[in-house]
Design a protein around this ligand. Structure first.
Ligand code: KG4
Ligand code: ZN
Length: 362
């Protein structure tokens, strides 16, 4: 079957066509129109500007996805769309557009949760992957661990108590003067840092761990973020400069990245042991971080857990992942009615989704 997916929960307008045959998924097209250059002027996503930019882009993004896949709308069997969580104005653009297409074509419309879609990206390249497994979602809005019991049942067993991991990367990046969003630039600086500095040496720069010091699987990134930002301000004052020397930035990026990776791995390690999972999926924009990929691969190898992480192009927001999640929901009979709405939070979407799930074939 052919699924047309849409994603517009934050600052990427995306459409994709996914072909699924006997559980094997093939991405026929995956178009992402990013608003990064617009929001870079403000150092973060401006919600109203994001909604307007989605409105301008979505028709052409959809057209391009169909052209790249070499199909027309008539060939589509189902449409899937991110309906929660995210920026409400942004979500509404994708939901309204997808609803119109589904209504005109008289095709099923499948509502997809953005976090579950990030995890579903892992099905695209791993035909054999099936629940149950443990999933770590690290993105601009989430840092959460889930017990994925079946394709649509995600039990959260841990999360960040405050900032998401990606948010910390972006805020530290901004104060350091890195291009927005800071994650990718920080990744490169940290690579240089690990070649230049030995962070295990006594007296080496180090920052507080984001792993909460208790036996939960919870994180806290705000303390780490504040410690790094204070350090940056202190260094600037000490050196009497507005912009830190390159090597100082490199050293800070390395210490920050080490704190993030060590902290994530610490909680993850206990979760792998206590859940006795056989497979871990890592997903979300921060899953593109090369150091975190290596650190999580290592801890999984240590515990003999199979580690699955999507390719870089499937980690950030895209619609192929929405189509992949939509396929599994559709298979279980989860289809929206003409009253489908968008919801900013998981909590607000819960009643609507639970109602749809009540009658599904789990
Ligand atoms: O999943 P995503 O595209 O959007 C949300 O759902 O939030 O994640 C975006 C986040 C941003 O914070 C961005 O800085 C971060 O992913 N990111 C990275 C890397 N690439 C993207 N963070 C660390 N290292 C990277 N290589
Ligand atoms: Zn995302």
């Amino acid at each position: 079957m052919l699924i047309l997916g849409f994603e517009s929960s934050c600052d990427e307008t995306a459409a994709a066509v996914l072909r699924v045959e006997n559980n094997k998924m093939t991405v026929l097209s995956n178009v992402v129109s990013s608003q990064i250059s617009i929001h870079a002027l403000y150092g973060g996503v401006v919600p109203e500007i994001a909604s307007r930019a989605h409105c301008e882009a979505i028709t052409n993004v959809c057209r391009e996805a169909l052209e790249d896949a070499n199909i027309t709308l008539d060939d589509i069997d189902a449409i899937s769309v991110t309906f929660a969580p995210g920026l409400i104005g942004s979500l509404l653009v994708g939901v309204s557009f997808a609803k119109s297409i589904a209504a005109v074509l008289n095709k099923p419309l499948v509502p997809v949760n953005h976090i579950e879609a990030h995890v579903a990206a892992a099905y695209i390249e791993n035909e054999e992957l099936a629940p149950p497994y443990l999933a770590l979602v690290v993105s601009g809005g989430h840092t959460s661990l889930y017990n994925v019991r079946d394709y649509v049942t995600f039990d959260e067993i841990g999360c960040s108590r405050d900032d998401a991991c990606g948010e910390a990367f972006d805020k530290v990046g901004r104060v350091m003067g890195l291009p927005y969003p800071g994650g990718a630039a920080m990744d490169k600086l940290a690579k240089e840092a690990f070649e230049k500095f030995d962070y295990t040496k006594k007296g080496a720069l180090n920052f507080p761990s984001p792993a909460v010091n208790d036996d939960t699987f919870e994180y806290s990134f705000s303390g780490l973020k504040t410690a790094v930002i204070n350090h940056i301000h202190n260094e600037k004052q000490k050196l009497k400069v507005d912009d830190l020397p390159y090597d100082t930035k490199v050293e800070i990026a390395g210490a920050f990245t080490k704190a993030v990776c060590d902290g994530i791995v610490k909680k993850l390690s206990s979760a792998l042991v206590s859940t006795d999972t056989k497979t871990l999926v890592m997903a979300g924009g921060v899953a593109a971080n090369s150091h975190l990929r290596k650190a999580v691969a290592d801890v999984c190898a240590k515990h003999k857990v199979k580690f699955i992480v999507p390719s870089l192009s499937l980690c950030g927001d895209n619609a192929a992942m929405t189509a992949a999640a939509g396929y599994h929901s559709y298979n279980l009979g989860i289809v929206a009615g003409s009253d489908l709405n968008a919801f900013a939070s998981d909590e607000s979407a819960e009643d609507y989704l639970n109602n749809l799930k009540k009658n599904c074939k789990r």
